[in-house]
Each structure stands twice: as structure tokens, then as C-alpha cells.
Ligand binder design. Sequence first.
Ligand code: ADP
Length: 473
Amino acid sequence: MATCFRLRSCLALHLPRTPPSRVLRPRADYPMARIRGYARGPAGLSSALLRTDGFVGGSWLSAAATFPVHDPASGAELGLVADCGVPEARAAVRAAYEAFCSWRGVSAKERSSLLRKWYDLMMQNKDDLAKIITAESGKPLKEAEGEILYSANFLEWFSEEARRVYGDIIYTPAKEKRALVLKQPLGVAAVITPWNFPSAMITRKVGAALAAGCTVVVKPAEDTPFSALALAALADQAGIPPGVYNVIPCSQKKAKEVGEALCTDPLVSKISFTGSTATGKVLLRHAANSVKRVSMELGGLAPFIVFDSANVDQAVAGAMASKFRNSGQVEEHVSDAISKGATVVTGGKRHQVGKNFFEPTLLSNVTRDMLCSQEETFGPVAPVIKFDTEEEAVAIANVADVGLAGYFYSQDPAQIWRVAERLEVGMVGVNEGLISSVECPFGGVKQSGLGREGSKYGIDEYLELKYVCFGGL
Ligand code: ADP
């Protein structure tokens, strides 16, 4: 008898979108001393990087209204952020389109060196950027530091890839003709990102877009606008031309209309979205009308299969590393599972440190009709399903209509090949729980999305192929 977990990047503790408290107090893990001469804003954060206005055409842009953003761990208000609406979205698209007309002509080497400068500035400011992520997303500082390194690496990677966009020459049967294939930038990309990886989701998309010669308008998630705005401050310092990188933060109330405006604007050629499958489908419908290119990075369920031959210690370490990370909205999935016969082995309730925290939870006797078997659980919950045969394990894993990542542990080489090939996912971890890397393609199959990010393939998402036929030779 072996074990199949069905979980998602769940598991570390905080529940975002808490009822806000207006009390402003520093977090215990923020040094209050001035770093590199920056004045300190709320909760000790760098006020040079903690921007609250939108960033359009190289200028900071206030809006008619603002919305408050809170630290989900303490409830402290971090700032009142410009609530950009449809007019600001259209202005940002216009600025990005105008910038595209010149950015597309900037040499690949020059684009590369600007991305490299942006990367260098991220690294110089990594501590402050990590604190901003922790403040707005509630994730532990250690994880935020890791996210900054990971997201900076995308800028470094795409600064290198910018110089390696090649075309092709094709010989056809016609002796007097030659065929060329050119790769050209698509145009303006609208980038819509979620709360959970506020910095990495941006650099992964924007790095590829800028390397390809596209320009971008970013609409960050309402809970986490500060990372995108801090990146704008650094892009400006790096010398990235006005209009190439634009950010329009907005409240949850305006997200729908701003999203629709971006996905239907004729000047936008590409939509790149990371978030829920439900929202992805809405954006796909909007984008369909003008047949825009799309990249969709949507939900997953991440089966984690432990076969009989597995090294169990390795599997436990892998499960902790890959699953007990990041945070979530939890609780409903646990009560649903219990009501349908699951047993709580450990955890199962809110944590004593506060109502915004949930205990790491292990559920056994889990069946396929439970919500935790069907939907992403953004929380520290591990439901466990037992199986008897390899076929059964693969069938349980593949029954989902999503397929982002899958993990399995086995020491049997033939089984490793079989299962790696048969899992219906975009990414497989074999005896390994941490698989993301800027050099490798990230993305899913089925309803987990369309397209790949990072790697040498990521840049193709922002390039169009043009076939040119030369005759008369
Ligand atoms: P998550 O639950 O991971 O935050 P969502 O899909 O709800 O995922 O949100 C991801 C991003 O999509 C956020 O930037 C959010 O503001 C935006 N968003 C949510 N609903 C819509 C919508 N109907 N139209 C456009 N954007 C939306």
C-alpha cells in the first residue's frame, strides 16, 4: 500500500484578506534602522521603494480614488494606493504602445544591458524588496528573500536570452526562392498577476516580454501592489525607457472593469495572466473577441505520489519543501472533508498564534468526492489517499481537469519513466519536491493553462513568426 497526497503549494500559514485593523505597528522582524540612507515608511519599509501611485509613461500617476492595502499578518495599513480605473488603464496602454514603437527598434544588446541593470538594482535592494513582499503578502521573511532572488534571476536570465532570438532560412523545392522566418515582438502585453508570488510572477512575464521587444502594462493583485510598484522605481533607475514598463494598481472593486479594458483594447496584443482558473476563463473570453495571444498560468492540484520503493525520508522532506510553503484561505476544505468521513491526523483548526493562521493539517481517509481532492487548497492541508497499484495512482492523479505540476517518489527506473510520461501535468518532480528554476519551462496542461514561462521557451510567448519569401534568385 502506498500513498498519494493531493495538495497544492499550500501550507504555510497566513490567511490573506483579513479584516483590516487601522493600527499601524512595526512587525517584530523589521529593523527600524535606516538602510542605505532610505527614509523609512510604514512598518520600517523603504519609502523610496514603497510607492503608492501608478506608474505610466515613466511618471508616477495618482488616481481620483485610493484604496488601502494591509499587512495580512498584523492588519496594519501599509498605504493608500492609487485606485486606477478604465481611463488610467487606457492611458497606460497608449503609453506602452507609443513606447513599443521605439523599443522594438532598440538593439537586442541594449535591451539586454537594460534588463541586466534592472537585475543589478534588484540585487542591491533585495533586503528592502523582501520586506515589502512580507508586508503585503504575509509570507515569512525567509521565503520573501527567496522569492526576490528567484524573481531577480528571471531578469538576469532574460537579459541573456534577449540576445539569442534567432530566425531560420528554409530551402523549398523552388530553386529561385528562399524562405526566411523572422521572429518579431508582438506589441503591448497586458500582465495580470496574483497575490501569492507578487514579484516572481512579474519578472517572469515582464523579463520575457521586454527581452522580446514588447512593452507591458501590469495590473497587480489588489492585495499586493507594492512589489510591482517597487520594481517600477528600479526600472526607472535602471534607465528602462518611459512607457516600456507601466503599472496600474487597482482595488478588487475595479479589477473586473480594468481587466476587461486591458483584454479588449485593440492596442494590446497579448494577455499574460496568472491566477485562478475561473478568472482565466473570463479573461480568455474577453481576449477572444480581438483574437489576442494569451498565456494563462492557472490552478493546479499537484498530486504527490509515494510508491512502495520510495525512500520515505526523501519523500517526507520533498513534501515539506514543495507543499508546506506559501499561504492560503483555507478552512472550508477541512470541514467539508471531515463531514464526508475524513480523519484529522493532526491540526485541523486555526492556530493559537492568531485567527489569521491555520495549523498544518494532515487528513486521512480522503475520498475523491471531497473538495480538497477537487480544488486547490491554498492552505497548510495535506489530504492523503491510499492506493494499491501504479495504474490506480496515475488514474487518481489524472482524474483532475487541471495539470500543473506532479511529484512522485520511486526507486524503480522503469516505473519512473512510465509514470513521468503518463502524468497529465506540465512539470514533473521525480524524487524531488523543488522543481522551479528560471532555466526550465513553467506551465501546465489541461485547465492549468496555456503557454510556458521562464526557460528558452518563455520568450517565444512574446514573439510572432513572420515568413518572408524571396523570389527571383
Ligand atoms: P487569486 O485567487 O490567486 O488571487 P484571482 O484569479 O482571483 O486569483 O486573481 C488574480 C488576478 O486577477 C488579480 O490581479 C485580480 O485582481 C484579477 N482579477 C480577478 N477577477 C478578475 C476579473 N473578473 N477580471 C479581471 N481581472 C480579475
